[in-house]
Ligand binder design. Sequence first.
Ligand code: FAD
Length: 292
Amino acid sequence: MEAIEFIAPKTVADAVAALAAKGDRARMLAGGTDVLVQLRSGRRRAELLIDAKSVPELNQMSYSPRQGLTLGAAVPCYRVYQDQKIAAAYPGLIDAASLIGSIQIQGRASIGGNLCNSAPSGDSIPAIIVLGGVCTVAGPGGKTREIPAEQFCTGPGRNVLQPGELLVSIHFPAPQANSGATYQRFIPRNEMDIAVAGVGASVVLDRTKRNFVSARISLASVAPIPVFAQKAAASLAGKPVSDATIEEAARLAMEDAKPITDMRGTIRQRIHLVGVLTRRTLQESIKRARGE
Ligand SMILES: Cc1cc2nc3c(=O)[nH]c(=O)nc-3n(C[C@H](O)[C@H](O)[C@H](O)COP(=O)(O)OP(=O)(O)OC[C@H]3O[C@@H](n4cnc5c(N)ncnc54)[C@H](O)[C@@H]3O)c2cc1C
């Protein structure tokens, strides 16, 4: 590992200015649980690391039942799941935040860093997508733009951020009445592994809690980017909650999976897992929506 300059700016504008000045020779550092590993192994190079945790706006976490949740890009996972109101409102996000790495990793690792690392296996990304997360990005000249989470990742380790841009926060709309969300993954051991496949699902039920109003489904580790399985989710809208409708959504989600075979799993196993996990996450989301 080479000597790397480190700065701890106090404002988004200063962080953006430093990023813009160094171009691709600078990187943001949130928890460092991805970027430091990548720098050490030579998979990435940087001359400058910019501390995201020193910028107050990147550490904000505000929730209200009306406004929803604004999660600063550098907020570590443990702060998310230790907040009881947030945990009650967004159990699908907590599913992901509490399985990233280990307790030690969760003490540093952020949801924002997980998204910006843009790995197809990033466990929080399907949860962010199914919860309707919208990313606020700041860039040079004081410009900001908003990007729906499902449009953020563009390839393995790549995303829509342009030179000089950083992720400020992710906004999650307030949970609707009779809604629930879940994230689950398959790994061959209990923790500290990369998902062979992962699925996030969210549902909104009608007042009788017997019919779907809408749903969202997103898949991890089965394509070059996290998949927003729109056809599968749309198949549930307006339909009764039943084994048949859930089965059809699982079948369509399997069609959206375009995995590869690698050391973690085969194409066949991953597609099979998408079916199993889609059924399970839909069923769990329905239970949560019903308050069961
Ligand atoms: C032992 C171990 C176990 C792990 N287990 C899991 C797991 O189970 N599931 C999983 O998904 N991941 C896992 N990871 C990977 C990693 O912990 C997560 O991806 C984590 O959420 C990254 O967050 P971070 O804050 O540490 O990001 P960092 O490493 O600080 O940053 C990640 C990337 O995002 C960029 N970045 C950070 N913040 C910003 C910003 N505000 N704007 C623009 N770019 C930014 C950085 O430059 C870097 O490229 C594991 C890692 C380790 C070391």
